[in-house]
Design a protein around this ligand. Structure first.
Ligand SMILES: Nc1nc2c(c(=O)[nH]1)N[C@H]1C(S)=C(S)[C@@H](COP(=O)(O)O)O[C@H]1N2
Ligand SMILES: [Mo]
Length: 168
């Protein structure tokens, strides 16, 4: 799977809403993301249908950095990522508190191309790639699991590629 539909048109000044079981609900612009600590990581990318892409240089904010910035509450146990094409995908919070989960705006030294989820996407090298929402519009912290787009259609919530967790 690549995308469930067309590349959505995203306003130039688009923002990401961060809400739910956190102390500071925020609306974050790309420029504001860029003021947080960020890093470049060399990552591989595994689609659940079998293809992989190796050695992608992604640059962005590590999820734990954002989690600290917004002050995650004890009640939070899961995260639902929302995207501008209506896509959603969920993960347990414990699986998000991982330095490899980047909220990325650059790929191989260039602004992230729209087809790969620009201006901002999540990348999840420890998970199948459907966990990495392109065209990110929101990050919701919840106290219970809420299923995402593919997860509602039978794909695994944990999606560990090393264990080949594809389906429920
Ligand atoms: N918003 C959104 N994110 C998405 C998808 C999608 O349809 N919409 N598809 C997922 C799937 S199944 C894969 S394999 C990767 C593909 O990323 P790429 O287009 O950069 O290769 O994006 C993931 N993120
Ligand atoms: Mo995929």
């Amino acid at each position: 799977m690549l995308s469930k539909g067309e590349i959505p048109s995203i306003p130039h000044d688009s923002t990401v809403e961060v809400w739910g079981e956190i102390e500071n609900e925020l609306t974050v612009s790309l420029d504001e993301f860029k003021t947080l600590d960020s890093e470049t990581q060399r990552q591989d990318f595994h689609c659940v249908t079998g293809w992989s892409r190796f050695d992608c240089l992604f640059h962005g904010v590590m999820f734990p950095t954002l989690a600290e910035h917004v002050g995650v509450r004890e009640e939070a146990s899961h995260v639902l990522f929302h995207a501008y094409d209506g896509y959603t995908t969920d993960l347990p919070l414990s699986e998000c508190l991982f330095d490899g989960l980047l909220l990325a705006w650059a790929l191989n030294g260039e602004a992230l191309p729209a087809e790969h989820g620009g201006p901002l996407r999540a990348v999840t090298p420890h998970k199948y790639a459907y966990k990495g929402a392109k065209w990110l519009s929101g990050i919701e912290f919840t106290s219970e699991p809420k299923r995402g787009y593919w997860e509602q259609r039978g794909y695994s919530s944990s999606a560990n590629p090393w264990k080949e967790e594809r389906y429920v």
